[in-house]
Write a protein that binds this ligand. Structure first.
Ligand code: FES
Length: 105
């Protein structure tokens, strides 16, 4: 039997990427260089926070540490917690973490 994986076109800035609907969005986007930040892929780090500008998706439980219910209601979600169900346009909005290095004593 020949099974066909449904795909959606995901627009991220200037790039349009064909992504499988049976993988969460972060898995699909991180396989293409320069599109998504490196992250945990399981809802723990928050670097994949995105705003969905258009399109349909199915979501799993969001970490309330990173996404409030109010944000989720507005389409602000974690890319590793959603599956595309149509063509979508998204924007990464997570702020990079500040890292402080101390050199010497
Ligand atoms: S990649 Fe870490 S929360 Fe999505």
């Amino acid at each position: 039997m020949n099974s066909t994986v449904l795909k959606s076109d995901i627009t991220v800035g200037e790039k349009v990427l064909s992504c499988a609907q049976d993988k969460h969005l972060m898995d699909s986007l991180s396989s293409r260089s320069g599109v998504a930040p490196k992250g945990c892929h399981n809802g723990g780090c928050g670097v994949c926070k995105i705003e969905v500008l258009s399109g349909e998706y199915e979501s799993m439980v969001m970490s309330r540490k990173h996404i409030s219910q109010e944000e989720e209601d507005k389409g602000i979600v974690l890319a590793c917690r959603i599956f595309p169900r149509s063509d979508m346009e998204i924007k990464f909005i997570a702020k990079p973490k500040k890292i402080t290095y101390t050199i010497g004593d």
